[in-house]
Design a protein around this ligand. Structure first.
Ligand SMILES: Cc1cc2nc3c(=O)[nH]c(=O)nc-3n(C[C@H](O)[C@H](O)[C@H](O)COP(=O)(O)OP(=O)(O)OC[C@H]3O[C@@H](n4cnc5c(N)ncnc54)[C@H](O)[C@@H]3O)c2cc1C
Length: 465
Protein backbone atom coordinates (compact mmCIF):
# COMPACT_ATOMS: atom_id res chain seq x y z
CA UNK A 1 0.00 0.00 0.00
CA UNK A 2 1.25 3.49 -0.86
CA UNK A 3 2.52 5.62 2.04
CA UNK A 4 -0.24 8.08 2.84
CA UNK A 5 0.26 11.71 3.89
CA UNK A 6 -3.19 11.81 5.50
CA UNK A 7 -6.46 9.96 5.82
CA UNK A 8 -8.23 12.94 4.28
CA UNK A 9 -6.97 15.96 2.32
CA UNK A 10 -9.27 18.97 2.45
CA UNK A 11 -8.74 21.48 -0.32
CA UNK A 12 -9.92 25.01 0.54
CA UNK A 13 -10.16 26.60 4.00
CA UNK A 14 -13.32 28.67 3.52
CA UNK A 15 -16.27 28.02 5.81
CA UNK A 16 -17.18 24.76 3.99
CA UNK A 17 -13.68 23.26 4.14
CA UNK A 18 -12.98 24.47 7.68
CA UNK A 19 -16.26 23.05 9.05
CA UNK A 20 -15.56 19.72 7.34
CA UNK A 21 -11.96 19.63 8.62
CA UNK A 22 -12.93 20.72 12.14
CA UNK A 23 -15.45 17.91 12.46
CA UNK A 24 -13.25 15.24 10.85
CA UNK A 25 -10.33 16.22 13.13
CA UNK A 26 -12.56 15.56 16.13
CA UNK A 27 -12.98 11.97 14.90
CA UNK A 28 -9.22 11.52 15.32
CA UNK A 29 -8.50 11.33 11.58
CA UNK A 30 -5.15 12.47 10.12
CA UNK A 31 -5.84 15.52 7.96
CA UNK A 32 -4.03 17.87 5.64
CA UNK A 33 -5.80 21.12 4.84
CA UNK A 34 -4.44 23.08 1.88
CA UNK A 35 -5.46 26.64 1.15
CA UNK A 36 -4.39 28.83 -1.77
CA UNK A 37 -4.64 32.09 0.18
CA UNK A 38 -2.38 33.21 3.02
CA UNK A 39 -5.25 33.19 5.54
CA UNK A 40 -8.19 30.91 6.30
CA UNK A 41 -11.86 31.94 6.00
CA UNK A 42 -12.39 32.32 2.23
CA UNK A 43 -14.90 35.10 1.64
CA UNK A 44 -15.38 35.66 5.39
CA UNK A 45 -13.24 38.52 6.73
CA UNK A 46 -13.89 41.03 9.54
CA UNK A 47 -11.84 44.22 9.77
CA UNK A 48 -11.54 46.85 12.54
CA UNK A 49 -11.02 50.48 11.59
CA UNK A 50 -11.29 53.63 13.72
CA UNK A 51 -13.46 51.94 16.34
CA UNK A 52 -15.76 50.36 13.72
CA UNK A 53 -15.97 46.74 12.64
CA UNK A 54 -16.85 46.01 9.02
CA UNK A 55 -17.20 42.80 7.03
CA UNK A 56 -15.50 42.35 3.66
CA UNK A 57 -17.96 39.55 2.74
CA UNK A 58 -20.79 37.91 4.72
CA UNK A 59 -22.28 40.17 7.41
CA UNK A 60 -24.39 37.63 9.28
CA UNK A 61 -25.64 34.07 9.37
CA UNK A 62 -29.13 32.73 9.91
CA UNK A 63 -29.57 29.89 12.37
CA UNK A 64 -31.90 27.90 10.12
CA UNK A 65 -30.49 24.61 11.45
CA UNK A 66 -29.51 23.42 14.95
CA UNK A 67 -26.15 22.42 13.40
CA UNK A 68 -25.13 26.10 13.60
CA UNK A 69 -25.31 26.27 17.40
CA UNK A 70 -23.81 22.79 17.74
CA UNK A 71 -20.81 23.95 15.74
CA UNK A 72 -20.45 27.16 17.75
CA UNK A 73 -20.53 25.17 21.00
CA UNK A 74 -17.99 22.63 19.73
CA UNK A 75 -15.69 25.45 18.58
CA UNK A 76 -16.03 27.18 22.00
CA UNK A 77 -17.52 30.41 20.64
CA UNK A 78 -21.20 30.07 21.62
CA UNK A 79 -20.80 32.88 24.18
CA UNK A 80 -19.34 35.22 21.54
CA UNK A 81 -22.40 34.96 19.30
CA UNK A 82 -24.56 38.08 19.11
CA UNK A 83 -28.04 38.26 17.62
CA UNK A 84 -29.45 41.03 15.46
CA UNK A 85 -31.19 43.82 17.37
CA UNK A 86 -35.01 43.62 17.49
CA UNK A 87 -35.29 46.70 15.24
CA UNK A 88 -33.48 44.79 12.51
CA UNK A 89 -36.68 42.83 11.87
CA UNK A 90 -37.74 45.81 9.72
CA UNK A 91 -36.55 45.61 6.12
CA UNK A 92 -37.02 48.36 3.59
CA UNK A 93 -37.63 48.17 -0.15
CA UNK A 94 -37.01 51.06 -2.49
CA UNK A 95 -40.08 52.09 -4.51
CA UNK A 96 -40.51 55.33 -6.46
CA UNK A 97 -37.31 56.60 -4.87
CA UNK A 98 -38.59 56.08 -1.28
CA UNK A 99 -37.84 53.41 1.29
CA UNK A 100 -41.01 51.51 2.31
CA UNK A 101 -41.05 48.88 5.07
CA UNK A 102 -41.70 45.33 3.87
CA UNK A 103 -44.96 44.27 5.57
CA UNK A 104 -44.63 41.41 8.06
CA UNK A 105 -48.28 40.81 9.02
CA UNK A 106 -51.58 40.54 7.07
CA UNK A 107 -52.88 43.96 8.31
CA UNK A 108 -49.54 45.58 7.41
CA UNK A 109 -49.71 43.88 4.02
CA UNK A 110 -53.15 45.32 3.23
CA UNK A 111 -52.06 48.76 4.52
CA UNK A 112 -48.70 49.01 2.72
CA UNK A 113 -48.01 51.33 -0.20
CA UNK A 114 -45.30 48.95 -1.40
CA UNK A 115 -47.83 46.97 -3.47
CA UNK A 116 -50.80 48.27 -5.49
CA UNK A 117 -54.36 47.12 -4.71
CA UNK A 118 -54.33 45.23 -7.97
CA UNK A 119 -51.29 43.22 -6.77
CA UNK A 120 -52.80 42.66 -3.32
CA UNK A 121 -56.09 41.39 -4.76
CA UNK A 122 -54.25 39.20 -7.29
CA UNK A 123 -52.78 37.35 -4.31
CA UNK A 124 -56.25 36.06 -3.43
CA UNK A 125 -56.15 33.81 -6.49
CA UNK A 126 -52.82 32.19 -5.46
CA UNK A 127 -54.42 29.19 -3.66
CA UNK A 128 -56.24 28.32 -6.90
CA UNK A 129 -53.19 28.35 -9.21
CA UNK A 130 -52.27 24.84 -10.36
CA UNK A 131 -48.88 23.52 -9.24
CA UNK A 132 -46.25 22.97 -11.91
CA UNK A 133 -45.43 19.40 -12.95
CA UNK A 134 -43.22 17.80 -10.28
CA UNK A 135 -40.26 17.49 -12.68
CA UNK A 136 -40.53 21.02 -14.17
CA UNK A 137 -37.50 23.27 -13.67
CA UNK A 138 -39.00 26.75 -13.82
CA UNK A 139 -37.08 29.97 -13.33
CA UNK A 140 -37.74 31.85 -10.11
CA UNK A 141 -39.30 34.66 -12.19
CA UNK A 142 -41.70 32.32 -14.04
CA UNK A 143 -42.72 30.65 -10.78
CA UNK A 144 -43.42 33.94 -9.00
CA UNK A 145 -45.25 35.49 -11.95
CA UNK A 146 -47.42 32.39 -12.24
CA UNK A 147 -48.30 32.19 -8.55
CA UNK A 148 -48.04 35.74 -7.18
CA UNK A 149 -48.00 38.16 -10.12
CA UNK A 150 -45.45 40.44 -11.76
CA UNK A 151 -45.50 43.15 -9.09
CA UNK A 152 -44.43 40.69 -6.36
CA UNK A 153 -41.63 39.60 -8.59
CA UNK A 154 -40.47 43.19 -9.09
CA UNK A 155 -40.83 44.53 -5.54
CA UNK A 156 -40.33 41.49 -3.28
CA UNK A 157 -38.69 38.52 -4.95
CA UNK A 158 -36.27 40.16 -7.42
CA UNK A 159 -34.62 42.35 -4.74
CA UNK A 160 -34.62 39.40 -2.30
CA UNK A 161 -32.88 37.21 -4.92
CA UNK A 162 -30.39 40.03 -5.52
CA UNK A 163 -29.82 40.14 -1.73
CA UNK A 164 -29.05 36.42 -1.38
CA UNK A 165 -27.53 35.38 -4.71
CA UNK A 166 -26.75 38.75 -6.28
CA UNK A 167 -28.67 36.85 -8.93
CA UNK A 168 -31.23 37.25 -11.71
CA UNK A 169 -34.61 35.55 -11.06
CA UNK A 170 -35.08 35.18 -14.85
CA UNK A 171 -32.13 32.75 -14.80
CA UNK A 172 -32.19 31.05 -11.38
CA UNK A 173 -33.85 27.66 -11.09
CA UNK A 174 -36.58 27.59 -8.47
CA UNK A 175 -36.06 23.94 -7.38
CA UNK A 176 -32.29 24.47 -7.14
CA UNK A 177 -32.21 27.95 -5.59
CA UNK A 178 -35.41 27.88 -3.48
CA UNK A 179 -36.32 24.22 -2.93
CA UNK A 180 -38.68 25.12 -0.05
CA UNK A 181 -40.96 27.03 -2.43
CA UNK A 182 -41.35 24.01 -4.68
CA UNK A 183 -41.87 21.78 -1.64
CA UNK A 184 -44.70 24.07 -0.44
CA UNK A 185 -46.31 24.11 -3.88
CA UNK A 186 -46.03 20.35 -4.33
CA UNK A 187 -47.22 19.50 -0.81
CA UNK A 188 -50.01 22.03 -0.27
CA UNK A 189 -50.80 23.10 -3.84
CA UNK A 190 -50.29 26.74 -2.79
CA UNK A 191 -47.71 28.90 -1.00
CA UNK A 192 -50.36 30.68 1.07
CA UNK A 193 -52.10 27.45 2.06
CA UNK A 194 -48.70 25.91 2.83
CA UNK A 195 -47.78 28.92 4.95
CA UNK A 196 -50.97 28.51 7.04
CA UNK A 197 -51.38 24.73 7.21
CA UNK A 198 -47.65 24.05 7.42
CA UNK A 199 -47.09 26.48 10.31
CA UNK A 200 -47.68 23.89 13.04
CA UNK A 201 -45.48 21.34 11.26
CA UNK A 202 -42.67 23.90 10.95
CA UNK A 203 -42.92 24.80 14.65
CA UNK A 204 -42.23 21.13 15.47
CA UNK A 205 -39.28 20.94 13.06
CA UNK A 206 -35.78 21.78 14.30
CA UNK A 207 -35.07 23.44 10.93
CA UNK A 208 -36.35 26.99 10.43
CA UNK A 209 -37.33 28.84 7.27
CA UNK A 210 -35.07 31.79 6.42
CA UNK A 211 -37.81 34.32 7.24
CA UNK A 212 -38.32 32.79 10.72
CA UNK A 213 -34.64 32.31 11.66
CA UNK A 214 -32.52 34.66 13.79
CA UNK A 215 -29.64 36.61 12.19
CA UNK A 216 -26.45 36.24 14.14
CA UNK A 217 -22.84 37.34 14.10
CA UNK A 218 -20.14 37.64 16.78
CA UNK A 219 -18.82 40.51 18.90
CA UNK A 220 -15.68 40.50 16.74
CA UNK A 221 -17.48 39.75 13.47
CA UNK A 222 -18.06 36.69 11.31
CA UNK A 223 -14.36 35.88 11.19
CA UNK A 224 -14.65 34.68 14.81
CA UNK A 225 -16.26 31.55 13.37
CA UNK A 226 -13.67 30.71 10.74
CA UNK A 227 -10.74 31.65 13.05
CA UNK A 228 -12.11 29.34 15.76
CA UNK A 229 -12.54 26.46 13.30
CA UNK A 230 -9.04 26.99 11.88
CA UNK A 231 -7.31 27.25 15.30
CA UNK A 232 -6.70 23.55 15.97
CA UNK A 233 -6.04 22.62 12.33
CA UNK A 234 -2.74 22.37 10.56
CA UNK A 235 -3.35 24.39 7.39
CA UNK A 236 -0.83 24.68 4.55
CA UNK A 237 -1.37 28.23 3.33
CA UNK A 238 -0.23 29.47 -0.07
CA UNK A 239 -0.78 25.99 -1.56
CA UNK A 240 -2.96 25.58 -4.62
CA UNK A 241 -4.22 22.19 -5.71
CA UNK A 242 -4.01 22.03 -9.51
CA UNK A 243 -5.05 18.42 -10.18
CA UNK A 244 -6.23 15.17 -8.69
CA UNK A 245 -5.55 11.62 -9.79
CA UNK A 246 -6.31 8.14 -8.56
CA UNK A 247 -3.71 5.40 -8.30
CA UNK A 248 -4.34 1.73 -9.04
CA UNK A 249 -4.81 0.91 -5.33
CA UNK A 250 -7.45 3.66 -4.97
CA UNK A 251 -5.18 6.24 -3.31
CA UNK A 252 -6.15 9.79 -4.27
CA UNK A 253 -3.25 12.10 -5.09
CA UNK A 254 -3.64 15.87 -4.83
CA UNK A 255 -1.15 17.67 -7.09
CA UNK A 256 -0.13 20.81 -5.21
CA UNK A 257 1.67 24.00 -6.22
CA UNK A 258 3.28 26.65 -4.04
CA UNK A 259 5.78 29.46 -4.58
CA UNK A 260 8.81 27.17 -4.10
CA UNK A 261 7.62 24.32 -6.32
CA UNK A 262 5.27 21.37 -6.64
CA UNK A 263 4.52 18.44 -4.35
CA UNK A 264 1.90 15.72 -3.97
CA UNK A 265 -0.35 14.64 -1.12
CA UNK A 266 -1.64 11.06 -0.96
CA UNK A 267 -4.79 10.24 0.97
CA UNK A 268 -7.68 7.82 1.23
CA UNK A 269 -10.22 10.61 0.69
CA UNK A 270 -10.17 14.14 -0.72
CA UNK A 271 -12.75 16.83 -0.04
CA UNK A 272 -12.80 19.61 -2.64
CA UNK A 273 -14.14 22.64 -0.77
CA UNK A 274 -13.37 25.17 -3.50
CA UNK A 275 -15.48 27.22 -5.92
CA UNK A 276 -16.87 25.35 -8.95
CA UNK A 277 -14.52 27.17 -11.37
CA UNK A 278 -11.56 25.90 -9.29
CA UNK A 279 -12.91 22.36 -8.82
CA UNK A 280 -13.49 21.92 -12.59
CA UNK A 281 -9.81 21.96 -13.70
CA UNK A 282 -8.77 19.92 -10.63
CA UNK A 283 -11.01 16.99 -11.69
CA UNK A 284 -10.76 17.48 -15.46
CA UNK A 285 -8.84 14.20 -16.02
CA UNK A 286 -10.51 12.18 -13.26
CA UNK A 287 -14.16 13.08 -13.94
CA UNK A 288 -14.49 15.05 -17.20
CA UNK A 289 -18.31 15.10 -17.22
CA UNK A 290 -18.49 16.57 -13.73
CA UNK A 291 -15.73 19.03 -14.67
CA UNK A 292 -17.77 20.21 -17.66
CA UNK A 293 -20.88 20.58 -15.47
CA UNK A 294 -18.95 22.56 -12.83
CA UNK A 295 -17.49 24.78 -15.54
CA UNK A 296 -21.03 25.90 -16.42
CA UNK A 297 -21.67 27.43 -12.97
CA UNK A 298 -21.29 31.20 -13.21
CA UNK A 299 -20.19 33.64 -10.49
CA UNK A 300 -21.07 37.29 -11.16
CA UNK A 301 -18.90 39.93 -9.52
CA UNK A 302 -20.01 41.83 -6.42
CA UNK A 303 -18.37 44.71 -4.57
CA UNK A 304 -19.06 45.65 -0.97
CA UNK A 305 -18.47 49.16 0.33
CA UNK A 306 -18.29 49.87 4.07
CA UNK A 307 -19.13 53.53 4.77
CA UNK A 308 -18.85 55.28 8.13
CA UNK A 309 -20.82 58.50 8.75
CA UNK A 310 -21.50 60.79 11.68
CA UNK A 311 -25.00 59.89 12.90
CA UNK A 312 -26.03 63.52 12.49
CA UNK A 313 -25.06 63.39 8.79
CA UNK A 314 -27.64 60.67 7.94
CA UNK A 315 -31.26 61.81 7.73
CA UNK A 316 -32.85 58.32 7.72
CA UNK A 317 -33.52 56.80 11.19
CA UNK A 318 -31.73 53.58 10.10
CA UNK A 319 -34.32 51.67 12.11
CA UNK A 320 -33.97 48.28 10.47
CA UNK A 321 -31.84 45.65 8.79
CA UNK A 322 -31.30 47.75 5.69
CA UNK A 323 -32.91 48.16 2.29
CA UNK A 324 -33.03 46.31 -0.99
CA UNK A 325 -33.14 48.17 -4.29
CA UNK A 326 -35.31 46.48 -6.98
CA UNK A 327 -34.00 46.45 -10.54
CA UNK A 328 -37.22 48.24 -11.65
CA UNK A 329 -35.99 51.35 -9.85
CA UNK A 330 -32.75 51.31 -11.93
CA UNK A 331 -30.61 51.87 -8.83
CA UNK A 332 -26.78 51.91 -8.97
CA UNK A 333 -26.64 49.50 -5.98
CA UNK A 334 -28.21 46.17 -4.96
CA UNK A 335 -28.96 47.24 -1.42
CA UNK A 336 -27.48 48.45 1.82
CA UNK A 337 -27.24 46.98 5.32
CA UNK A 338 -27.61 49.27 8.33
CA UNK A 339 -24.73 47.37 9.94
CA UNK A 340 -24.55 49.42 13.15
CA UNK A 341 -28.33 49.05 13.65
CA UNK A 342 -28.16 45.28 13.11
CA UNK A 343 -25.44 44.44 15.62
CA UNK A 344 -24.10 46.19 18.69
CA UNK A 345 -20.49 47.36 18.54
CA UNK A 346 -20.23 47.91 14.77
CA UNK A 347 -19.41 51.62 15.10
CA UNK A 348 -18.16 53.90 17.84
CA UNK A 349 -19.70 56.93 19.54
CA UNK A 350 -21.85 59.18 17.35
CA UNK A 351 -21.11 57.32 14.10
CA UNK A 352 -22.97 54.74 12.00
CA UNK A 353 -21.72 52.01 9.68
CA UNK A 354 -23.47 51.11 6.41
CA UNK A 355 -22.52 48.23 4.11
CA UNK A 356 -23.57 48.56 0.47
CA UNK A 357 -23.58 45.86 -2.22
CA UNK A 358 -23.04 46.60 -5.91
CA UNK A 359 -23.03 44.58 -9.13
CA UNK A 360 -24.24 40.98 -9.23
CA UNK A 361 -25.87 39.33 -12.25
CA UNK A 362 -27.99 42.47 -12.72
CA UNK A 363 -25.20 44.98 -13.16
CA UNK A 364 -21.84 43.20 -13.24
CA UNK A 365 -19.79 46.09 -14.74
CA UNK A 366 -20.67 48.31 -11.76
CA UNK A 367 -18.83 45.89 -9.42
CA UNK A 368 -15.69 46.09 -11.53
CA UNK A 369 -15.11 49.83 -11.20
CA UNK A 370 -11.95 51.11 -9.51
CA UNK A 371 -12.31 51.38 -5.74
CA UNK A 372 -12.55 55.19 -5.67
CA UNK A 373 -15.39 55.12 -8.23
CA UNK A 374 -17.20 52.42 -6.23
CA UNK A 375 -16.96 54.58 -3.12
CA UNK A 376 -18.15 57.69 -4.98
CA UNK A 377 -21.14 55.83 -6.50
CA UNK A 378 -22.11 54.47 -3.13
CA UNK A 379 -21.94 57.82 -1.38
CA UNK A 380 -24.09 59.29 -4.18
CA UNK A 381 -26.69 56.51 -3.78
CA UNK A 382 -26.73 56.78 0.03
CA UNK A 383 -27.19 60.53 -0.24
CA UNK A 384 -30.21 59.99 -2.52
CA UNK A 385 -31.90 57.19 -0.55
CA UNK A 386 -30.87 57.87 3.05
CA UNK A 387 -29.98 61.56 3.02
CA UNK A 388 -26.42 60.58 4.04
CA UNK A 389 -23.74 63.28 3.54
CA UNK A 390 -19.94 63.40 3.86
CA UNK A 391 -18.78 59.85 4.77
CA UNK A 392 -15.95 59.87 7.31
CA UNK A 393 -14.34 56.96 5.47
CA UNK A 394 -15.20 54.23 2.97
CA UNK A 395 -13.54 50.92 2.11
CA UNK A 396 -14.41 48.93 -1.01
CA UNK A 397 -13.83 45.18 -1.44
CA UNK A 398 -14.18 43.63 -4.87
CA UNK A 399 -15.19 39.98 -5.36
CA UNK A 400 -14.58 39.28 -9.07
CA UNK A 401 -16.35 35.89 -8.77
CA UNK A 402 -18.63 36.26 -5.77
CA UNK A 403 -21.58 33.89 -5.46
CA UNK A 404 -22.44 30.77 -7.52
CA UNK A 405 -25.64 31.05 -9.52
CA UNK A 406 -28.06 28.12 -9.26
CA UNK A 407 -29.38 28.70 -12.77
CA UNK A 408 -31.72 26.42 -14.72
CA UNK A 409 -29.80 23.17 -15.29
CA UNK A 410 -28.16 23.31 -11.84
CA UNK A 411 -29.82 20.07 -10.68
CA UNK A 412 -28.46 18.32 -13.77
CA UNK A 413 -24.99 19.69 -12.97
CA UNK A 414 -25.21 18.45 -9.39
CA UNK A 415 -26.32 15.03 -10.66
CA UNK A 416 -23.10 14.89 -12.76
CA UNK A 417 -21.10 15.72 -9.63
CA UNK A 418 -22.88 12.97 -7.68
CA UNK A 419 -22.05 10.47 -10.43
CA UNK A 420 -18.38 11.48 -10.13
CA UNK A 421 -18.52 10.90 -6.36
CA UNK A 422 -19.98 7.44 -6.95
CA UNK A 423 -17.38 6.61 -9.62
CA UNK A 424 -14.36 7.84 -7.63
CA UNK A 425 -14.57 6.37 -4.12
CA UNK A 426 -13.24 8.82 -1.52
CA UNK A 427 -13.89 11.94 -3.60
CA UNK A 428 -16.30 14.47 -2.10
CA UNK A 429 -17.29 18.00 -3.10
CA UNK A 430 -18.41 20.45 -0.45
CA UNK A 431 -18.80 24.16 -1.20
CA UNK A 432 -21.44 26.81 -1.57
CA UNK A 433 -22.31 25.80 -5.14
CA UNK A 434 -24.10 22.78 -3.70
CA UNK A 435 -26.87 22.64 -1.08
CA UNK A 436 -27.28 26.42 -0.72
CA UNK A 437 -25.05 29.49 -0.62
CA UNK A 438 -25.65 30.77 2.91
CA UNK A 439 -23.43 30.39 5.97
CA UNK A 440 -25.92 27.91 7.51
CA UNK A 441 -26.20 25.98 4.22
CA UNK A 442 -22.40 25.61 4.09
CA UNK A 443 -22.38 24.29 7.68
CA UNK A 444 -25.12 21.80 6.83
CA UNK A 445 -23.40 20.66 3.63
CA UNK A 446 -20.14 20.19 5.54
CA UNK A 447 -22.00 18.01 8.03
CA UNK A 448 -23.26 15.83 5.15
CA UNK A 449 -19.76 15.64 3.67
CA UNK A 450 -18.30 14.52 6.99
CA UNK A 451 -20.86 11.72 7.14
CA UNK A 452 -20.10 10.70 3.55
CA UNK A 453 -16.34 10.61 4.20
CA UNK A 454 -16.79 8.65 7.44
CA UNK A 455 -19.05 6.17 5.65
CA UNK A 456 -16.45 5.69 2.92
CA UNK A 457 -13.58 5.22 5.40
CA UNK A 458 -15.62 2.66 7.37
CA UNK A 459 -16.45 0.72 4.20
CA UNK A 460 -12.81 0.82 3.12
CA UNK A 461 -11.65 -0.42 6.53
CA UNK A 462 -14.28 -3.22 6.45
CA UNK A 463 -13.13 -4.20 2.93
CA UNK A 464 -9.48 -4.33 4.01
CA UNK A 465 -10.22 -6.46 7.11
C1 LIG B 1 -19.77 39.32 -0.75
C2 LIG B 1 -20.46 38.16 -0.11
C3 LIG B 1 -21.40 38.39 0.89
C4 LIG B 1 -22.06 37.31 1.48
N1 LIG B 1 -22.94 37.57 2.50
C5 LIG B 1 -23.53 36.53 3.15
C6 LIG B 1 -24.34 36.77 4.31
O1 LIG B 1 -24.48 37.90 4.78
N2 LIG B 1 -24.94 35.70 4.89
C7 LIG B 1 -24.78 34.43 4.43
O2 LIG B 1 -25.35 33.48 5.01
N3 LIG B 1 -23.98 34.17 3.35
C8 LIG B 1 -23.35 35.19 2.72
N4 LIG B 1 -22.51 34.94 1.66
C9 LIG B 1 -22.33 33.55 1.22
C10 LIG B 1 -21.49 32.66 2.18
O3 LIG B 1 -20.90 33.34 3.19
C11 LIG B 1 -20.52 31.86 1.42
O4 LIG B 1 -21.27 31.06 0.54
C12 LIG B 1 -19.61 30.94 2.26
O5 LIG B 1 -18.89 31.64 3.24
C13 LIG B 1 -18.68 30.26 1.25
O6 LIG B 1 -17.82 29.37 1.86
P1 LIG B 1 -17.04 28.28 1.01
O7 LIG B 1 -16.06 27.64 1.93
O8 LIG B 1 -17.99 27.39 0.30
O9 LIG B 1 -16.26 29.09 -0.15
P2 LIG B 1 -15.10 30.18 -0.05
O10 LIG B 1 -15.30 31.08 1.08
O11 LIG B 1 -15.01 30.76 -1.42
O12 LIG B 1 -13.79 29.32 0.25
C14 LIG B 1 -13.11 28.57 -0.72
C15 LIG B 1 -11.63 28.54 -0.33
O13 LIG B 1 -10.94 27.70 -1.24
C16 LIG B 1 -9.69 28.30 -1.54
N5 LIG B 1 -9.25 27.77 -2.84
C17 LIG B 1 -9.82 28.02 -4.05
N6 LIG B 1 -9.20 27.32 -5.00
C18 LIG B 1 -8.23 26.58 -4.39
C19 LIG B 1 -7.27 25.63 -4.87
N7 LIG B 1 -7.20 25.28 -6.17
N8 LIG B 1 -6.42 25.07 -3.96
C20 LIG B 1 -6.50 25.41 -2.64
N9 LIG B 1 -7.40 26.30 -2.14
C21 LIG B 1 -8.26 26.87 -3.01
C22 LIG B 1 -9.99 29.78 -1.57
O14 LIG B 1 -8.81 30.55 -1.40
C23 LIG B 1 -10.97 29.90 -0.40
O15 LIG B 1 -10.32 30.17 0.82
C24 LIG B 1 -21.81 35.98 1.05
C25 LIG B 1 -20.86 35.75 0.04
C26 LIG B 1 -20.19 36.82 -0.53
C27 LIG B 1 -19.16 36.56 -1.60
Amino acid sequence: MTRLDADVVIVGAGLSGLTTAFRLARQGLRLRVVEAAQRPGGVIGSVRRDGALYERGPNSGLDTTPLVNELLAAAGIADRRIDAEAAAARRYILRNGRLLALPTSPPAFFGTRLFSWKAKLALLREPFVWPAAADAEETVAAFVRRRLGAEFLDYAIEPFVAGIYAGDPEKLSVPAAFPRLIALEQKYGSLIRGQIIGARERRKSAEKAKNAAVSFSFRDGMQTLTDALARGLNIDHGVRVAGLRREADGTLVAECERADGRFELRARAVVLAVPAYEAAPIIARLAPDAAAALGEITYPPVATVASCYRRADVAHPLDGFGFLAPRRESPPILGCLFSSSMFAGRSEGPTVLLTTFIGGARSAPLAQQPEDELAANVSGALQTYLGARRPLWQVATRWPQAIPQYTVGHLRRIAAVERAEAAVPGLRFCANWRGGVSVADCIKSAHESVEAVQRFLRQQAAGAA
